[in-house]
Design a protein around this ligand. Structure first.
Ligand code: SAH
Length: 219
């Protein structure tokens, strides 16, 4: 019997999951979510053919779509539950929010560039990801009307933890953010809110674009 040909993109996507597993991602739900979200919808047209390579890529407004390994790693460390409400700061392409939406009850994602937010919104609608609420604004302020959040993930680098985000984290909640100097590499910090205090853990070294205050001025 002749072998059934496998479409090229399927081979890429099988390689993608193997790569994530080899790099240490073991959570089955996270791997399922990474498998489910078509990354080629979130990259710029010139990167569609290489959408499943493990690299960050430039998107509009001088920003980047994060490296898939970092998305999977942060998602795994965030330990998202089915009934969780998650806040993401830095929508960018929308890819991280899309992955989170496959695991959580609801995702609220904030972007300071209207152009990026509009493109991401179209992607969410096309893919039928209806449990994502997109907000254009300054994510450093969080989204008070939707607080508290069980999980918060910041996908832009900060030098200090924005106080509004800590306030909007639920008791027992977990927040992940890249913390450190903006011009070099940062560490992913995991903060857990417990009994009136904050437990801190330093995870891997990363390099993210900076978290900037205020809404972006666009031409
Ligand atoms: N999570 C994204 C990658 C984000 S790149 C993805 O999966 O593609 C970081 C994003 O954070 C950029 O789009 C940048 O504009 C945005 N950003 C930076 N500071 C911000 C702020 N204060 N509020 C909201 N978004 C911010």
């Amino acid at each position: 019997m002749a072998a059934t040909p496998i479409a090229d993109d399927r081979i890429d996507r099988m390689g993608f999951l193997l790569m994530l597993r080899r790099r240490g991602i073991t959570d089955r739900e996270v791997l399922r979510a990474m498998d489910e979200v078509p990354r080629e919808h979130f990259v710029s047209p010139e990167y569609v053919a290489t959408a499943y390579t493990d690299r960050a890529m430039p998107i509009a407004c001088g920003q980047t779509i994060s490296q898939p390994y970092v998305v999977a790693y942060m998602t795994e460390r965030l330990a998202v539950g089915r009934d969780h409400r998650v806040l993401e700061i830095g929508t960018g392409s929308g890819y991280q929010a899309a992955v989170l939406s496959r695991l959580a009850r609801e995702v609220v994602t904030v972007e300071r560039f209207r152009t990026l937010a509009q493109t991401a919104q179209i992607r969410f609608e096309t893919l039928g990801y209806s449990n994502i609420a997109l907000v254009v604004g300054d994510g450093m302020e969080g989204v008070a009307d939707h607080a508290p959040f069980d999980r918060i993930i910041v996908t832009a680098a900060a030098e200090t933890v924005p106080p509004a985000l800590l306030e909007q984290l639920a008791e027992g909640g977990v927040m992940l953010l890249p913390l450190g100097p903006l011009r070099s590499s940062q560490s992913i910090m995991r903060l857990t809110k417990k009994e009136g205090g904050i437990q801190k853990e330093r995870l891997i070294a990363v390099r993210f674009v900076p978290l900037l205050s205020g809404k972006a001025k666009e031409l």
